[in-house]
Each structure stands twice: as C-alpha cells, then as structure tokens.
Design a protein around this ligand. Structure first.
Ligand SMILES: *Cc1c(COP(=O)(O)O)cnc(C)c1O
Length: 413
C-alpha cells in the first residue's frame, strides 16, 4: 500500500523511488503493517467467539510472509501437499494447518494425513475411500456447497450449482450414509462460497445452511466459513463490512452453539483480505506510444507477472509515483508480452514520462503466486517492508533459473 507523505510516495515509511532504485523493477513489495492491520480487523470483529484465522497461502506463499503470520497468531489454509510442506517448513504446527484440496488423488491426501494436518474433503467418492482406509482414526472436515452465489463474477464464484467445489447440500442423505457406514469421524464442516461477499445477508444465509447441516454430525469441533471477504480496489469501492458481519455472525453462531449443545470453534480462511492491500507491484515505463486512438504506456512487465486483469478482469489502481504533482492525463497502460496484455484502459495518471515508476495497488494477493516465465521472462523479486526496514525475500530470477529443468539431449539420427 502506498501513502503520499509530504509529496513523496512511500511504502511502510520508505520512499518508493528508493525501493525501486535499490531492487530494480519489476518488483513486488509487501508491507507487514497492513497485514497485521487486516488480521486485527478480523480478530476484533469476531472477538465474541472462539475464532481461528487461517491464511489461505495460495494468495501469497513466500515463506517469510508465512512466518510473519505465524508470529502474530494466524494459522494456515492450504490447497496442495506442496503448500502443506511449505507451511511445515515455515514452522506451523501441522494441527494448525488445514488442507482443502479439490480433485486431488487419494495418494496425495494420504501424504497429508502422514503430516498430521487437518483434512478437508469435498467429494463423496474420496470420502468413501478415506473412510475405508482410516475409519474413525483420522478426523475429517467436510466441504459443503450451500449453492449460495457470492458476488457477481462467475469466474471467482464457487457456490453455484455447476461448481466443482464441495459436496452439494442436496446430497446430505448420501453423505450421512457414507459417514455412518464407514464410521467416519467428522470434526468440522466447511464452506467457501467464492471471492466476493457483497452483503452480509447473503453470507448469513449460507451460514444458516451450514448450521442446519451441522445437526447431522455429533462430533463437530469447528465450523469453517471459508473466505470471500472483499477488499476495496478502487478509491470509492465497496468492501465487506467485517464489523457488521462479525456482529451478526457472532450472534447467529452463539444461538447455533446453544442449540448444538457445545461451544464450537469458528474458522475463517482469508487470503485476499489479509494480503491484497499490503502488496504493491512496481513497474518502470519503457515507452510512451501515441496511436490514433489512445496514448499507451508500455511498462517493463506484463501478464506474466500480474495476470489478474487479463484472467478475470480485475481492477488494479495505478499511480505514477514518479510525478506526484503532474497534470492528470488519460492513458492505457499495457505490458510487454506478445499477447493482448492490458493492465488498465483509460486511466487517469499524473503525466507519465519514460522511466517513471508505476505502482499497481492491491497486488499482494494472487500476484506473484500466479506469475510465470511466459515469453522467457524472469519472474520478479519480492521485498518485505517490516517496521521501517526493507528485506529482499525472493531474488529476481536469472538465465540459470529459466533453464534449470531443461534437459539438453544429444538426439541420434
Ligand atoms: C482461495 C481460497 C480461499 C481464499 O480466498 P480469498 O478470496 O483470497 O480470501 C479460502 N479458502 C479456500 C478453500 C480457497 O480455495
């Protein structure tokens, strides 16, 4: 997150120009102060319950970020065995790691069991195999699809009827039969409806469905409400009112626990909410290109480093940090990749000159983790700003990285 301080753009108190000069561009910079602020917002909103916050590390998987979250009391949500291993390497107690895969093999799930993490299963066929293998010896959480649509963007919504995620709430009878016959110990129920909670009521409706489902399972220790907290992307954007959500869900959860007969834990697994705003992506302007239709600003990056705008039309607010006082003009900001590679159409930026640094806001989540080497470009470096100091936490790649696993063979004939 960038802040204008006495005419100078800063990240966590350090001038952006200084960071760009020291580490070069393109570069991802994360501010731990914002991560902690976001965690505290959630923690305070749900302080009336026994709440666990599990960071969905697919949003940002640098091991230093994981260690930072561990230090301030955040737990971990993972979607692959590799994320589980990274979490363990970062020092998380396996019991604090939730493993929520989709369409992975039984073999991978067995590897996760071996590590001692909390398993979350979202498929009846896998659940049957799991019960057959482990019976009641390994507790399991079940991912339910309540079929509540969260948000308006189909590509990031996982609760609709055609979704591949979760076990449909309409399969409850089948689910119960499998659990009973295989003597499976269900210790949690889970839902994750997508990535854009527009209003608290929709979320509460999904919660009520989970509360009803919970009555079929007597051994529960927790309910996991996934994520979907929306953060503001534009200066006047709407976002999930976590205070309001906290107040209402806490009430509903207390009523549920009373009815259920026991105090359960309430789990969340935010990705974006914890790290999106903490991250800024910096790119340098290579060229200004005037065409008949617009003025293009071409930067030293592309969809290989930040794919969200092209992948799901997401908006990243852009700021020319090199010219804070400049006149506002209209630009189209594009990347250098040989594909249509647009970061933003018709953006108002203070006058852009070649060599200026453009800051992409909200770049902490699904930025670096979705980056690639397309066009044989090196992936960027990552820097963490913590208490006024900057730390290089991932080196920029080089030619050796690019060729690392290529095998040069002598072909006969
Ligand atoms: C991706 C994911 C999350 C995090 O979603 P955000 O929108 O980044 O908060 C949480 N839970 C599961 C199971 C996920 O797959």
């Amino acid at each position: 997150m960038i802040q204008l301080n006495n005419g100078v753009y800063e990240i966590g108190g350090i001038p952006v120009s200084q960071l760009a000069e020291k580490y070069d561009t393109p570069i991802y910079i994360y501010d731990t102060g914002i991560m902690e602020r976001q965690y505290n917002l959630l923690k305070d909103a749900f302080s009336g319950t026994n709440t666990r916050i599990k960071f969905a590390c697919k949003a940002l998987n640098n091991i230093n970020v994981l260690k930072f979250f561990k230090k301030i009391g955040v737990e971990l949500d993972t979607v692959s065995i590799q994320e589980v291993w990274t979490g363990i390497r970062a020092g998380f107690d396996p019991k604090k790691i939730l493993y929520t895969p989709n369409c992975v093999s039984m073999e991978e799930i067995e590897l996760a069991v071996k590590e001692g993490v909390q398993i979350n299963i979202d498929n009846i066929s896998i659940l049957e195999q799991f019960g057959h293998k482990f019976g009641s010896t390994v507790p399991v959480c079940i991912r339910i699809n309540p079929h509540i649509m969260a948000g308006g963007n189909e590509k990031i919504s996982t609760g609709h009827i055609d979704s591949k995620f979760g076990i449909s709430i309409y399969q409850m009878r089948h689910l119960e039969r499998v659990v009973k016959s295989e003597k499976i110990r269900v210790n949690g129920l889970h839902m994750h409806t997508g990535s854009d909670i527009l209003d608290v009521d929709v979320f509460l409706r999904a919660a009520e469905i989970l509360f009803e489902a919970a009555e079929h399972f007597p051994d529960l220790e927790f309910l996991d409400f996934g994520s979907g907290f929306k953060v503001p992307y534009k200066p006047d954007d709407y976002f999930t009112d976590v205070k309001e959500l906290g107040a209402q869900l806490t009430e509903a959860f207390k009523v549920f626990c009373k009815k259920y007969g026991r105090e359960l834990e309430l789990w969340f697994e935010p990705g974006k909410f914890l790290v999106s705003q903490s991250g800024t992506f910096l790119a340098k302007v290579n060229v200004i290109k005037q065409t008949t239709a617009t003025v293009f600003v071409g930067v030293d990056s592309g969809l290989n480093h930040l794919i969200r705008p092209m992948l799901y039309n997401s908006y990243h607010h852009l700021v020319n940090v090199s010219n804070p006082e400049g006149k506002q003009r209209l630009y189209t900001v594009v990347g250098y990749i040989c594909e249509t590679d647009t970061f933003g159409w018709d953006r108002k930026l203070s006058e852009v000159r070649e060599g200026d640094i453009i800051a992409f806001q909200n770049a902490g989540a699904y930025g670096f983790t979705m980056s690639s080497n397309y066009n044989s470009r090196f992936r960027p470096a990552e820097v963490l700003v913590h208490k006024g100091k900057d730390y290089l936490i991932r080196k920029r790649e080089n030619m050796d990285d690019l060729l690392r696993n290529q095998v040069e063979v002598e072909m006969g004939g």
